[in-house]
Design a protein around this ligand. Sequence first.
Ligand code: VG1
Ligand code: CO
Length: 537
Amino acid sequence: MFELVATKPFDGQKPGTSGLRKKVTVFQQPHYAENFLQSIFDSLEGFAGKTLVIGGDGRYYNPQIVQIAIRMAAANGFGRVIVGQGGLLSTPAASHLIRKNGAFGGIILSASHNPGGPDGDFGIKYNAGNGGPAPEKITDAIFAKTKTISTYKTLDTQDIDIKKIGNVELANMIVEVVDPVSDYAALMQTLFDFDAIRDLFKSGFKMKFDGMGAITGPYARRIFEDILGAKSMVMNGVPLPDFGGHHPDPNLVHAKELCDLVLASNGPEFGAASDGDGDRNLIIGRNMYVTPSDSLAIIAANAQLAPAYVAGIAGVARSMPTSCAADLVAKKLGVPSFETPTGWKFFGNLLDAGMATVCGEESFGTGSNHVREKDGVWAVLMWLNILAKRRESVETIVKSHWREYGRNFYTRHDYEEVDLARANDLMGNLRKSLGGFAGKNGIKTADDFSYRDPVDNSFTECQGIRLVYENGSRIIYRLSGTGTAGATLRVYIEKYEADVIKHNVETQVALADLIGQANSIAAIQANTGRTAPTVIT
Ligand code: VG1
Ligand code: CO
C-alpha cells in the first residue's frame, strides 16, 4: 500500500532548456524533488504496469533521488523500473534503454555540464517513450501541476539495493538493475566499423579521452580500451560526486588539461571529452580544435563511411545559433536542413518522422537517429570511424572540408552569472529596437527567432535575437535556460569565408569586427558591468 504525503507547491519548478535544474541545496528541501516527480507522473496517462527507466550522472545527491524516484514509481503504479547499477546511466544510454525496452518513459537525474557537489547543481528531466526529452506540451503540463500539487505518492520502505545486477521486488513492481554500459556498447557496435577502428589503434594511432570525473569514464574504458584496444587513454575516468572538482563542460576552457596535451604539435593524433551526463563531446586533433558546428558539418559530409549511415542521411538539423556550415553540406547532398530552437527536444519530431538523421548544436552536442539525445561517445566513435577510413589527420580533414565548402568562422561569448534584471533589460532593449536594425550597417534582417514544428505544427517563440547580415554573417543573442544563478547571456557570432587564403586566420581575429559590433549593438559592457566574456568557445 502506498502512502499519500501532504505537500505544498514550490515556486519556480519550471523545466528549462533541459529539465529542472537548481542548486543541490534547493533540491534538498523536504518534498522538493518529490513534488516535481509527482508532477511528472500526474502529467502522464496510461503508465499503469508499464516500464520506467531511471538513472543519473552520479553527481552528488544522485543516490538519494534514485531511491526516491524508485519508491514513487512503485507507489504510482509502474510495473517495472530499469535502473543503471549504482543509479548510474549516461543520458544517451538512458535514451537507448527506453527505446530498446519499449519503456513508457524515463527519469534522468542530471544537471549535465553544470558543476556538482554539495554546493553544485542537480537536475531532473523526463524523457518520453521515444527516448527523447519531453516536448514542451509535457513540460508545460508538469510546470502547471507543480503549482497546484497537494499530495504525492510514495512507499514507506527501506532503500533498495541497486549495487548488484539483477531483479528486486518492491511492492507490485520489479526493479531491474542493469549494467549501465553493456546495451549502449552493443548499440555502438551496430553503428560503426569497429574492425577498422581497431586497426587504426593497432597502427599506433594515439588518442586521449577526458571523462572529466563524470559519467563517461566507464563507457570510454569499456568501448575504447576493452573493445577497441586503445591503450590507457582515459583521463579522469572515475565518476565522482563532485567530478573531482571539475566543471564537466567539454570545451577549451574547462577541458584545458586535455587541450594542452593534444593541441601541442607533438601531442596524440586525437583527443575527445564528454560532459557530466555524457551527451556532449569535444573533438580535437593535433594542432586542431574542431568547432562543434564544423564537427556537425564534417560528420554529415562523411557519415556514409560508417555502416549505419552507408545508405546516406535523410536530412540534417541544427539549433538556430549553430553555424550554417551543416546547411552547405545538406545542400550538396541534396537533403533538407532544419533550423530549430536551442535544446535537443526540438529534434525529436524530425528524428521520429525520419526527416533528419544527423543533428547538432554549437554547444558541443551531436547525435543521430540511433537515440533521441545528443551523444558524446557516439560523436567520438563517428570521428574515429572517419579517421580510420580516411587515414588523414584531423587537421587535414577539417581544412579540406573548408576548402570544399568554405569556412564558417564561429565563436560564442558567454557572460555568466550576470544580474538577472539587467540581462532581461538588455534582451528587452534589443527586442524593442528590432524594427530599426535592418538596412543599416550591412544588416539584412533582424528578428526574434520562432519555430513552427513541421511535424506537429507546434509553435515556439522568443528563441533568440538574430541579426543576419547581407553577406550571411550572423550575430545572435539569447539567455541561457540551464543556469542556476543569475542569468547567462550567450552571444553567438558567425562569418562565412569562401577564400581559402583567409582560412588560417585565428578565429577571434577573423571575427573581431563582428564581435565589436555585437558588443556595441547590445551595449554589453554598460548592461552587464562586464568588460569581457567569462567563457569563449
Ligand atoms: C545549453 C546549450 C544547449 C543545450 C543545453 C542542454 O542550453 O546552449 O544547446 O541543448 O544546454 O545541454 P542553454 O539554454 O543554457 O543555452 V546539456 O549537455 O546541459 O543536456
Ligand atoms: Co549534458
